[in-house]
Design a protein. Structure first.
Length: 130
């Protein structure tokens, strides 16, 4: 089995740095192409998201990783991650989870939804609940 194409789904929060770090470690060992994917709910959010994603890409490229591309999509994150994993023929998805659960309701995390939608390995990076 080879892992050449990695899809790293991020929410552009400060915790995304932690998720991208894991993706870069794997990418440096086995990858040929890394995609950073962020999904927004509305078309009007795209320019701000693209600007924030460019900051992540600059940070990644400053660390010596050139074969990295950023993607901003509009739609539900789990469905967009699944769609792009298939479209890009990703060998692995790297993503974080905050395990959003409250005492009143249980919210299914994006990571849990992605697990049900894709048939490729997923590395889940736990992030703090703050």
């Amino acid at each position: 089995m080879s892992v050449e194409t990695l899809l790293c789904a991020i929410d552009l929060s400060p915790f995304s740095v932690q998720v991208v770090d894991y993706a870069l470690v794997l990418f440096s060992k086995v990858g040929k192409k890394l995609y950073l994917l962020h999904s927004v709910a509305k078309e009007s959010e795209v320019p701000i998201a693209e600007q924030q994603l460019q900051e992540f890409l600059s940070w990644v490229k400053e660390r010596g990783f050139e074969e990295v591309e950023g993607l901003v999509t509009v739609g539900a994150p789990a469905e967009e991650i699944s769609r792009y994993a298939e479209e890009l023929k990703a060998d692995l998805i790297v993503m974080g989870t905050r395990g959003l659960v409250s005492s009143e309701t249980s919210i299914i995390s994006t990571a849990q939804k992605v697990i049900t939608l894709v048939h490729i390995p997923i590395l889940i990076v736990p992030t703090p609940l703050k």
